[in-house]
Design a protein around this ligand. Structure first.
Ligand code: HEM
Length: 200
C-alpha cells in the first residue's frame, strides 16, 4: 500500500498524539502525586527518555521510507525532530528550574563537575540549530548547504546515547541497549555518513 497525501495527514495527527500523550500523562502523574518518591528526578528522567526515544523514531523514518519505498514518509521527519527538541528543552528546563532552582552559577559548576552534562548540552545546541533551520524558507535559501548542516543529526545521535550512558550511576544495561540501537541506526546510514565526512 502506498502512502497518499490524504493518509499522510492522518499519520501526522497520530504522530502528534503519540508525542503529546506521554507529556499529558506526565502532567497527570505529577498532579496526582504519582511521580515517584523524587518527582524532580522523575521529570528529568521522563523528559530525557522522551527526547532520546523521539530521536530514535526520527532516525528510523529514512531507512523505513527507503525500505518500503514510501517517499511521503520523509515528510514526517520535521514534525518528529521538533518533538525531540521540545522534549530536550523540557528536560533542560526541568533541570534548571526544579533541580538547580535557577542558580545559574551552579549550571557552570555542574558542567565542570559532571562532563556528561556538557555532552548533553552540545547535543541540545545541535538539535536547536537543526530545529531553527528546519523551516522551508530557510531550507530554500540555504540550498545544498542545508543537507550538509542537517547531516549533523548524526553527531546528535552519537552524543545523546553517550550522555545517557554517562549519566547513569549503576544500571548499564538500558543505556547499553540505547548505545547499540544508535550504533545500528548510524550503521544503516553509513553511506550517507561517509559521503558527508568526505564533503565536509
Ligand atoms: C543542556 C542540555 C542537557 C542537560 C543539562 C541535561 C541534564 C541531565 C541530567 C541532570 C540528567 C540526570 C542524571 C541523573 O540521574 O542524575 C540527565 C539524564 C538524561 N538525559 Fe539529559 N541533559 C541535557 C540534554 C539532553 C539531551 C539533548 C538528551 C536527548 C536527546 C538527553 C537525554 C537524557 C537521558 C536519556 C537521560 C537519562 C535519564 C535517566 O536515566 O535519568 N539529555 N540529563
Amino acid at each position: 500500500m502506498r502512502l497518499t497525501s490524504g493518509n499522510l495527514v492522518w499519520l501526522k495527527v497520530a504522530l502528534h498524539l503519540l508525542c503529546l500523550l506521554p507529556l499529558m500523562y506526565l502532567v497527570l502523574l505529577v498532579l496526582t502525586d504519582n511521580a515517584g518518591g523524587d518527582p524532580v528526578q522523575y521529570i528529568i528522567h521522563y523528559t530525557g527518555m522522551g527526547a532520546i526515544n523521539a530521536l530514535i523514531v526520527t532516525l528510523l523514518v529514512s531507512p523505513l521510507a527507503k525500505r518500503f519505498k514510501q517517499g511521503l514518509l520523509l515528510q514526517t521527519r520535521r514534525l518528529l525532530g521538533l518533538y525531540v527538541l521540545a522534549y530536550a528543552m523540557l528536560h533542560l528546563s526541568a533541570f534548571i528550574s526544579l533541580d538547580l532552582l535557577f542558580a545559574w552559577e551552579l549550571l557552570f559548576e555542574e558542567i565542570l563537575k559532571r562532563p556528561y552534562i556538557l555532552v548533553g548540552a552540545s547535543c541540545l545546541v545541535l538539535l536547536l540549530v537543526l530545529g531553527l533551520t528546519s523551516f522551508q524558507r530557510v531550507k530554500r535559501n540555504m540550498g545544498k548547504r542545508w543537507q550538509l548542516l542537517h547531516n549533523w543529526v548524526y553527531l546528535a545521535a552519537v552524543l545523546a546515547p553517550i550522555h545517557f550512558y554517562w549519566s547513569v550511576k549503576s544500571e548499564i544495561i538500558e543505556p547499553g541497549i540505547y548505545l547499540l540501537i544508535f550504533a545500528s541506526l548510524l550503521l544503516l546510514r553509513r553511506k550517507a555518513l561517509t559521503k558527508h565526512l568526505r564533503l565536509s
